[in-house]
Design a protein around this ligand. Structure first.
Ligand SMILES: *Cc1c(COP(=O)(O)O)cnc(C)c1O
Length: 397
């Protein structure tokens, strides 16, 4: 997945452009910049890549989720349904707005189970956020129709699925509003960065203003801009955008390598009857950022994970025992440890976490291994790796 593996002259020259004219800020300074508008250019590239009307770059993927939700009208006391398997950013971004994350079970797609989503809807529900984890996706048609029926905002976190598609549409562009991350380990990196994408002009305008203190970006006198509403600083810098601009132009190359490496490992593991792959919904094409598979039980998954680690098969994650990505280890959320005051409303809204067991999610995550697909591997290295992985699985069955 990580685009940084293939940094080269394109990235270096793009950053040099910015340093040569000295304007590191994405807005204003028109006279100094010699025509360099890296953030604007990257937004245009991303519009083409993700086939979407509007793109607003922001400072991170986490910021993208907060900005997307706020732009779509999610605020204090609203409930946002999200999966138990994701990155901690998902609930942070919701809680930043004073909203309440409602975690629900995943299914074999490794994201939202539509039945669990329906069960969690209350009069306070405002949005459903699917997280396209590890390069694949949820059952988008079903989730969209639930959102339509209940008049909910449908949000798509596609931070880990750059380049995946559903019925021919890029992941991230399917729901009402989508979020991307370009942090250091994502398929395209800016160092730090993110994007909100949407076809909704009102959401876009909100995102544009909200991510820059509420400034309206009208005219070229920064001090004369008005503030239609309060905002915050979630801006990306020209330096970060410059790296992303060079990277996004290489995305087709990255995705080809990723798919080649993924296919080699998948073909090898598919010869083991006990290995089951995650469900990819009909019409879905994975980005191939990760290869995800299920082993028969928790013990086998733990043993295989251990065997991989001690045999230099790096970057294969057993998320059941991982602190970052699964509810089981999110004690800071369960215990409401926060530097910010948490309102009574949010505290009450999170009480369900004390009593809810997520057995269905446990069943999938306990048995799942998720192997990062690197871009820097040669074909021979991948083949050797695939054989070694298959052997280690077989001896541990
Ligand atoms: C990386 C990631 C984020 C957060 O992105 P940052 O740019 O690191 O803030 C959010 N959601 C998911 C699923 C991610 O993988």
């Amino acid at each position: 997945m990580p685009g940084f593996e293939l940094f080269g002259d394109a990235e270096r020259n793009s950053v040099k452009d910015v340093l040569d004219n000295g304007v590191l800020m994405r807005y204003g300074f028109d006279g100094m910049r010699n025509g360099h508008w890296k953030a604007k250019e990257l937004e245009r590239e991303l519009q083409n890549t993700f086939k979407t009307n509007y793109v607003q770059l922001v400072s991170s993927g986490t910021a993208a989720v907060s900005v997307a939700l706020a732009s779509a009208g999610v605020g204090a006391g609203d409930e946002v349904i999200m999966p138990t398997f994701t990155f901690v950013a998902s609930f942070e971004a919701i809680m930043m707005l004073g909203a309440i994350p409602i975690l629900v079970d995943i299914d074999s797609t490794l994201t939202l189970d539509p039945k669990a989503v329906e069960k969690a809807i209350t009069p306070k529900t405002k949005a459903v956020m699917v997280v396209q984890m590890c390069g694949s996706m949820g059952n988008m048609d079903v989730l969209k129709s639930i959102c339509d029926t209940h008049n909910l905002v449908f949000v798509e976190d596609a931070c880990q699925a750059i380049g995946g598609t559903y019925n021919g549409k890029p992941l991230g562009s399917i729901a009402d509003v989508g979020c991307f991350s370009f942090d250091f380990v994502k398929t395209i990196t800016c160092g730090e960065g993110g994007a909100v994408v949407t076809n909704n002009s009102a959401y876009y305008l909100h995102a544009d203003h909200y991510s820059d203190h509420g400034h309206d970006h009208v005219g070229n006198d920064r001090g004369a801009e008005s503030h239609p509403f309060l905002g915050y600083n979630f801006r990306i810098s020209e330096l970060h955008a410059a790296v992303g601009l060079a990277q996004v132009k290489r995305l087709p190359e990255f995705l080809d390598i990723q798919r080649r490496n993924f296919d080699i490992i998948r073909a090898e593991l598919s010869q083991i009857p006990e290995v089951e792959f995650r469900t990819v919904p009909e019409g879905g094409v994975e980005s191939c950022a990760f290869l995800n598979f299920f082993l028969p039980d928790l013990e086998t998954a733990r043993n295989v994970s251990k065997a991989f680690k001690s045999n230099s098969i790096d970057a294969c994650f057993h998320y059941y025992d991982n602190n970052w990505h699964y509810i089981r280890k999110w004690d800071h959320l369960k215990n409401l440890k926060s530097l910010f005051p948490i309102t009574e409303e949010v505290k009450n809204g999170l009480k369900y976490l004390e009593t809810t067991t997520f057995k269905q999610s446990d069943n999938y995550i306990a048995r799942n291994l998720s192997c990062l697909i690197k871009l820097s591997w040669t074909e021979d290295e991948v083949k050797e790796r695939a054989k070694k992985m298959a052997e280690l699985i077989k001896v541990n069955l």
